[in-house]
Design a protein around this ligand. Structure first.
Ligand SMILES: Cc1ncc(COP(=O)(O)O)c(C=O)c1O
Length: 363
């Protein structure tokens, strides 16, 4: 079985030895502090590092370290939302976010994405029609699942709308460092209506469970109070290991390696899809991240009809993917599927697409 389904990073890219060295040094030289209870908002030295490297954060009072960025999503939902509040999301959208918002009782209003990310014109139309969101949630770089990146122009227009209509914009950005080529995405400037969620999961290892939320001070305080009730604080040992890694000599080289692998595997998956499936699939080549979002053309006219029904046939042939319906908010995404290139090798990706193509051919 070759899985293109999971959203897991490639474990062969975890800097395991380097993290082990840091962990040992942290425990031996600073065990009394790092094994003790810590601050709810996160360790001071890590928050200072975040402020120094994240232009959107102007003070450590705007930074809360969270147990993964998933906890940041949950804490924001818990701190900001009352039942019946409106949250705008993309369609398709990351399931972990829509789950967190729905659990808090939010009504989700969806806006489609295209090659430039969230369709801001459509959002504007919804606002004109009376939609009053508490916040707009989006994944600005290499969206999970659609792979799209928000254009600079839309980013600016979105923040202008946020000021005009009084809503927050939550930028959930765990994939930003995984650009396949070219310079790193531009870091956003501070803005009173914007919230930024970041994570060490895709750049170091998700098992560390260290993310952080950068928010206006009033909101960071609310998130901190909610977090106190949730888990007191994020593992101090993990925070010390993450800080050690982010400031290590090897870290820039490690990131370069992740980006190279992203490019090679994205290209292998896209080339295999083009070569083996041609115009039976439609997709835009993402400029980074982990996912290709594709539509199977003509699937509705076959007996299998949807990617949910295609999945068992694909599994029988030894390949897994996630059907588009898993990410649907309002749209019918039953002809779509999400393919992750992250864990398979370039050679396995080719075999996986062969198997997928055989399942589609037989549909
Ligand atoms: C868009 C997005 N946000 C947040 C998360 C949560 O990541 P973590 O809690 O590991 O930081 C994920 C995980 O895949 C994700 O894809």
């Amino acid at each position: 079985m070759i899985s293109l389904a999971g959203g897991l990073p490639d474990p062969s890219r975890f800097p395991t030895d380097e993290l082990a060295t840091i962990a040992q040094a942290v425990l031996r030289s600073d065990g009394a502090r790092t094994l003790q209870y810590g601050l709810t908002a996160g360790e001071l030295d890590l928050r200072h590092h975040i402020v120094a490297t994240t232009p959107a954060a102007t003070s450590i009072d705007e930074v809360v370290v969270t147990t993964g960025s998933q906890q940041g999503l949950w804490l924001l939902a818990e701190s900001l939302l009352d039942p019946g509040d409106t949250v705008v999301v993309s369609d398709p959208e990351y399931l972990g976010a829509t789950q967190a918002f729905r659990r808090a009782g939010a009504d989700l209003v969806s806006v489609p994405t295209d090659a430039e990310g969230l369709d801001v014109e459509m959002l504007e139309a919804r606002l004109r029609a009376g939609t009053r969101p508490k916040f707009v949630y989006l994944v600005p770089h290499f969206h999970n699942p659609s792979g799209t990146t928000l254009s600079a122009d839309r980013h600016t227009r979105l923040l202008a709308l946020a000021e005009q209509h009084g809503f927050l914009v939550v930028f959930d950005d765990p994939y930003r460092d995984l650009q396949a080529e070219g310079p790193a995405p531009v870091e956003p400037s501070p803005h009173p209506m914007s919230v930024h969620l970041r994570s060490s999961s895709k750049i170091l290892a998700p098992g560390l469970r260290v993310g952080w939320t950068v928010a206006p001070r009033w909101l960071a305080q609310a998130v901190e109070r909610t977090k106190q009730a949730a888990d007191l604080h994020t593992s101090t040992v993990s925070q010390a290991i993450v800080l050690g890694a982010l400031t290590a000599d090897w870290y820039p080289h490690h990131l370069d390696g992740l980006r190279d692998a992203t490019r090679v595997k994205r290209d292998a998956l896209c080339a295999a899809l083009r070569g083996r499936l041609g115009d039976r699939v439609e997709f835009d080549r993402p400029s980074g991240g982990m996912f290709v979002w594709a539509r199977v053309v003509g699937l509705a006219d076959t007996p299998l009809a949807t990617t949910d029904e295609l999945l068992p046939a694909a599994l029988d042939r030894g390949v897994a993917f996630v059907p588009g319906s898993a990410f649907a908010v309002d749209r019918d995404l039953s002809a779509h599927l999400r393919l992750s290139w992250a864990t398979a090798s370039a050679e396995e990706l080719e075999v996986a697409v062969d198997r997928l193509a055989a399942a589609i051919d037989a549909a």
